[in-house]
Design a protein around this ligand. Sequence first.
Ligand code: ADP
Ligand code: ADP
Length: 227
Amino acid sequence: AASVEFRNVTKVYPNARVAAVDQVSLFVEPGRLVTLLGPSGCGKTTTLRMIAGLEMVTSGQILIGGEDVSALPATDRDVSMVFQSYALFPHMSVRENVEFGLKFSGFAKQEIGDRAIAGLKLVGLDGFGERLPSQLSGGQQQRVAVARALVLEPQVLLFDEPLSNLDAKLRRHVREEIREIQQTLGLTVVYVTHDQEEALAVSDRIIVMNNAVIAQEGTPRDLYDAP
Ligand code: ADP
Ligand code: ADP
């Protein structure tokens, strides 16, 4: 697990009048789960996508594990991302979906198979490998997406509103699972949500964004006096 640091990071999209992210500095300690919380349009997703290298910074630096990755493309960053739409391949089995990212990693076939089995087990889906995504519930599909990101053993794992397509009951369940896996494996996680209750439940620390800047930050207890 690696730290993530922003030094005065700004993102201005082409033709935009204002910055989507404006001179943001932040630090995520290794092995911690930090949430970016704030209303729609405040810059959370842009922040996450810049960590992944899916958007490049306009100015400033991003460091992962102390190394400046600002100029590196996504493929050269040791980061994986779980999206709100699970983005599973519908024609591939659950196992093939989990193995997909590993196919390009140069691992031996045996290692790929072993990691997929371990990943599915971690998210409570051992025995589901030969099913198609459409044969799983929404919560199970999102867990496949989590497994697919986990098997890459990234330095940093990113979640973009991972629960938004789930019903209320599943949301609670999946978020507890994500938190448990994060703590068990000691993963560095940056987690985007607009849901305050969700942020309070899963986070070591919350960074509140508003209008492209950090408005507030602290532990759930600091910010909202939660138990
Ligand atoms: P969210 O609020 O969950 O980030 P949005 O509905 O704002 O989602 O955006 C959905 C997609 O549209 C994202 O890929 C985002 O990058 C893109 N997008 C958002 N705003 C604009 C915009 N003004 N111009 C072009 N693309 C945009
Ligand atoms: P959030 O994730 O908090 O909803 P975003 O990072 O998606 O916020 O968006 C921040 C701002 O950047 C918004 O004003 C949005 O419309 C704009 N934006 C997002 N994606 C794009 C894009 N691809 N092109 C232009 N503007 C965008």
